[in-house]
Ligand binder design. Structure first.
Ligand code: ATP
Length: 416
């Protein structure tokens, strides 16, 4: 017989006090409404692992929307309801709680979003990705702290295994392939042998997943501490190639990601990682990859910029390039695209010049601006623009230093 495991004291130790009080209040309110409340998903896994995670998901056998409404009525919280999914979010002052109605999911076809019906906590756990994410802790006072672990997630946590709950899992939702690799590397776990077999068999099912979902999971990978490990494993297994056949997750990428991290205080990492990931693609291949992941405009532009600049890098190897010329070659590219090229390029001259632009030239500004020029009698219009450009060039090339130098240059330009 299975022994009941009670985690009441662990919950109290693990959660910050306010959060602990809040979930207990929700548990009591659920009981008043005749509903049973559970803490579910990643937080239960992380509680066992002793990893902080205060992104709490609650599931209720009953009606999450009704429960959340009641709570919002009696406390100072902001309520957001998603009636279609029977979920609600309560925003407190310092944290928020997501409450969902425990549910059963039926997949009409692979890759499609599931059809949802209310269900028990066991149903709710069965729709989850891996055993380690399919545990719940009861928060209803009568059973407070009892672990619900029908798929032996705790054993898998102890053995360091990522295991799917059934053989159809990757077929139903192939994004789980990317999620499996993410957890495997994040936690230093292994894929349980049958899960690995199923994963490899179902790699083609990634084609059934929408571009938005693929991109979301790729972004989640790039937010991890060492995404190169996940990408390398994805490459070894042939998963990365399914997103584009020319993508590589090899040692080059690992080395470049590591370099990117050394700059992490200066640049946001995920976009820079993205640029480095596509660096081995041609511009045509990049367009194919963009079609597959359909990113927002800004990311699309960044990836295009990165490869466009890569094609023009040879111009930066010319001897005796004036700083103004370097500025002119680079100022239209986003700093992240330039940074990616600086990391990726093996030519030290190119790297130096890209870095000169990034850390110095792009900040160079003349002391005089348009208003000063108007005050000096230059009429607004194209000539004024030209003079400002000439001022910047002179400043970049060290030809003017003081305000008087700049004023002289303005007089010379305007009297021409
Ligand atoms: P993380 O630490 O990465 O945020 P998490 O476990 O909280 O981990 P989420 O992506 O926030 O992960 O998802 C919350 C829970 O929802 C998961 O623990 C898992 O049980 C379930 N889940 C998420 N995505 C899927 C999926 N594609 N298939 C099945 N279950 C999923």
């Amino acid at each position: 017989m299975n022994q009941t495991i009670n985690l009441a004291s662990q919950i109290q130790e693990y959660l910050p006090r306010q959060l602990w009080q809040a979930v207990n209040t929700v548990g009591k309110k659920a009981t008043e409404l005749g509903q049973k409340l559970y803490l579910v998903g990643g937080v239960v896994r992380d509680l066992f692992l002793g990893r902080p995670n205060f992104d709490l998901d609650l599931a209720v056998e009953g009606d999450a929307v009704q429960l959340a409404r009641e709570l919002a009525r009696v406390s100072q919280t902001k309520l957001t309801i998603h009636p279609h999914f029977s979920t609600a979010r309560l925003d407190y002052k310092d944290f928020s709680l997501d409450i969902t109605t425990a549910r059963r999911e039926v997949y009409p076809r692979p890759g499609a979003l599931p059809v949802i019906e209310p269900g028990t906590i066991i149903d709710d756990l069965f729709r989850r990705d891996f055993s380690i994410n399919a545990m719940a802790i009861c928060l209803t006072p009568e059973y407070y702290g009892e672990l619900c672990d029908p798929y032996k997630g705790k054993d898998d946590l102890e053995r360091g295994l990522i295991r799917v709950l059934h053989d159809q899992s990757f077929k139903e939702d192939a994004t789980r392939i990317l999620r499996a690799l993410r957890y495997e590397q994040r936690l230093g776990f292994s894929l349980e042998p049958r899960t690995l077999q199923l994963l490899q068999h179902d790699i083609p099912m990634l084609d059934t997943v929408s571009s938005e979902r693929i991109r979301y999971d790729l972004e989640m990978i790039l937010k991890e501490e060492a995404p190169e490990k996940i990408l390398n494993q994805a490459y070894q297994l042939g998963v990365l190639q399914k997103l584009h056949p020319s993508l590589k997750g090899n040692g080059w990428l690992a080395q470049k990601f590591e370099q990117a991290r050394q700059l992490s205080k200066k640049v946001p990492l995920p976009p820079l990682y993205f640029s480095l990931l596509v660096y081995s693609l041609t511009e045509t291949e990049n367009e194919q990859f963009l079609l597959r992941i359909n990113p927002p405009k800004k990311l699309t532009q960044l990836l295009r910029d990165t490869l466009h600049l890569k094609r023009h890098l040879p111009e930066l190897t010319k001897p005796a390039l004036k700083p103004s010329r370097i500025y002119h070659l680079l100022y239209e590219y986003s700093p992240t695209a330039i940074q990616a090229n600086a990391i990726a390029s093996d030519t030290s001259k190119i790297r130096q010049r890209l870095e000169l632009f990034l850390y110095k030239l792009r900040y160079v500004k003349p002391l005089l601006d348009g208003t000063d020029l108007v005050r000096m009698g230059i009429p607004p219009g194209p000539q004024l623009g030209e003079i400002l450009k000439a001022l910047r060039q002179a400043k970049l090339n060290g030809k003017v230093r003081t305000r008087t130098d700049e004023e002289k240059l303005v007089h010379n330009c305007s009297s021409r």
